[in-house]
Design a protein around this ligand. Sequence first.
Ligand SMILES: [Zn+2]
Ligand SMILES: [Zn+2]
Length: 406
Amino acid sequence: MPYRCGENCVPGALLRKMSVPVSKLSFWGVRGSTPTVDPATWRYGGNTPCLELVAPDGTQFILDCGTGLRSLGSRWSLPAAGRNPETHILVTHYHWDHIQGIPFFMPLYAENNAFHFYSFRSKYLGRDSLKQVFETQMAMPYFPVDMSAMCAKRKFMEVAAGETITIGENKITARELNHPQGCLGYRIETSAGTVVYATDNEPGDAKLDASLRELARGADIFINDAQYTPEQLATTRKGWGHSTWLEGVKIAKEVDAKTLVLFHHDPDSTDRMVDGLLKQAREEFDSVFAASEGMVITLGAAEGRMEAHMPGTRTALRREAQFRAKVSGVTENGEEFEEETLVRDLSLQGALISLHHTPRLQSELQVTMETPGEDGTQAMKLRGYVVRVDTGAEKGHSAVGVVFTD
Ligand SMILES: [Zn+2]
Ligand SMILES: [Zn+2]
């Protein structure tokens, strides 16, 4: 796990006490199809889909139960520590990458917790589809203990495509997506904004394309499947049930979504490849992020703004250093900047840089450093991506974490 827990741990009760109503969306798994441990996928992360959303009224949601669920479980605070004992888990469908974290989710083995699971009735399984899926997954000889070892309270609810339900003060709408064996997209309307989660969907079915647009209309955060390139989708990957960054941009523009999040990265997509998809998407649409393990998006923060952070740190390999450097990049508002600063905490992978400007998360940064050489100082040019922005660390400065790509 490249990120350590930061604001991810804020329990519902604490959030409720905050004066401004905010929704906090944390990304625990963003990889599609199968987990990856390839170092080339380290930066965006290798765990399969799992998101956590804490609404302003304290309602806790988990979206999908991929391998990212294990990491969420290991940072789960006890109800006594202020966490709401009840959690609502919305599952999109029954493919491995969306259910595989369940047996390893430790809060299910603690009797003080209560979980409400929601998903659709599969025509292959009939009644209690999701319950059957979990039981089968943990049946012998696939797993050493069966579901009866889970002592947390569990309830299973069916949601039909097109149905809207209310949980706490939040409105949840489910719609069918175009994916083999079916899949649900979810729209969650909270008092701090609307999140639409539409992973595992392929464009090309007129009725479902229109339905996805209705689901995503005016969303503050629109999370869309971006597994393939437009070229792949047109050729070798047609019919596999996934989408592209370009399709996401097209929908986001049509439905007036505020921020697009590219999700369900292909296991064969390296960090560099995802950087490339994100770059192309940002040329076509203002506010785009590529989902990344550890990313936290706060909705409804100051003046209705959306903020994205990566609260974790990865300082283990860094050495303290003092290099004069010229840094150029793009701010959160899309303006180009250049400034001189000192680079500290340098490693082969990246650096921590103090800047007056606040560069956009996941934007490209050029760093030209003066390094002592045999014939005086030499300029070393590096290109990297902003993986972390901490605006509160020093007055007037942002502490900016950069990972160098070359
Ligand atoms: Zn999937
Ligand atoms: Zn799937």
